[in-house]
Design a protein around this ligand. Structure first.
Ligand SMILES: Nc1ncnc2c1ncn2[C@@H]1O[C@H](COP(=O)(O)OP(=O)(O)O)[C@@H](O)[C@H]1O
Ligand SMILES: [Mg+2]
Length: 261
């Protein structure tokens, strides 16, 4: 059942993984998709052959501690987290990622569908084919035609506008490394550090993200794009048709307020 599971799992994580498997009727873990500094991502298979991506937070790094300061505590949704307890930090971080994912998904952003969060474990839709994960845009872009890359640049900006105007969030780590490419489409991933527009540094994170999109598509991939300042204006031009409902209205008020200041 845990053929591919390594010694990095502690007892509590193992028990949590069993609980996740029970709840979603997952049959087995079928390989490590990615071993990052803090989290590992696994592919898992359900009883009817459905695929899941399972992200498990396992290691506390110095950067992780910094991220907690920078992205968690400033967010009004997570003000009351006890930072002295490492386990609790993990759980809060996983919960934050899941909530961001859910909020983006409900706002119509193309992200993996969120299924469940339990302790330090997040389960979402697996983006890939034939058991293989989709490549990141970083890995895929050299094989793509300039025309397609130009479309993808605007697609990335459109997805960003939804994150901002419809979900009321700023991604805060938006780059070619956190976009998966499948069937000509981009999927936004890695949303743990995304913050609400009410975060005191939301504006800085937003600028940084848009500068990143510009750096990658214009400088690195050589696509003709307006300058970053203009792209920022484009992303902020929210429209009510694109994201109706209460959350959309609220997000758009915040975007407008941030432009005035
Ligand atoms: N839902 C998913 N479907 C398929 N692969 C995924 C999924 N989520 C993450 N991955 C893979 O795992 C890698 C790391 O995931 P990410 O969320 O970016 O974590 P990290 O914090 O380690 O950067 C991604 O680059 C991608 O290759
Ligand atoms: Mg990543």
């Amino acid at each position: 059942m845990f053929e591919t599971v390594e010694e990095v799992w502690d007892r509590q994580t193992l028990l949590a993984a069993y609980e996740v498997m029970r709840r979603l009727r997952i049959d087995r873990f079928a390989g490590v998709v990615s071993a990052g500094k803090e989290a590992r991502v696994y592919r898992a298979i359900g009883r009817r052959g459905e695929e899941y991506a399972v992200k498990i937070y396992l290691t506390v790094t110095a950067e992780f501690r910094k991220s907690i300061q920078k992205y968690l505590l400033g967010d009004p949704r997570f003000r009351n987290v006890d930072t002295s307890n490492t386990k609790k930090l993990f759980f809060a971080w996983a919960r934050k990622e899941f909530r961001n994912l859910k909020r983006m998904y409900e706002a119509g952003v193309r992200v993996p569908r969120p299924y469940l969060v339990y302790q330090n474990i997040i389960v979402m839709e697996f983006i890939g084919r034939g058991g293989l994960r989709a490549p990141t845009l970083r890995e895929a872009y050299r094989e793509l035609e300039p025309g397609e890359l130009e479309e993808l640049a605007w697609e990335a900006l459109r997805q960003y506008r939804r994150i901002l105007c419809c979900a009321g969030l700023v991604h805060a780590d938006f780059s070619e490394y956190n976009l998966l490419y499948l069937d000509g489409k981009l999927y936004v991933i890695d949303v743990a550090q995304a913050v609400s527009l009410e975060h005191p540094n939301a504006e800085d994170f937003l600028r940084h993200d848009i500068w990143n999109i510009h750096r990658f598509f214009a400088r690195e991939a050589g696509i003709g794009l307006p300058g970053p300042e203009e792209l920022l204006g484009w992303v902020r031009r929210c429209s009510e048709e694109e994201c109706p409902g209460e959350r959309g209205r609220r997000a758009q008020q915040l975007v407008e307020a941030s432009q005035e200041s």
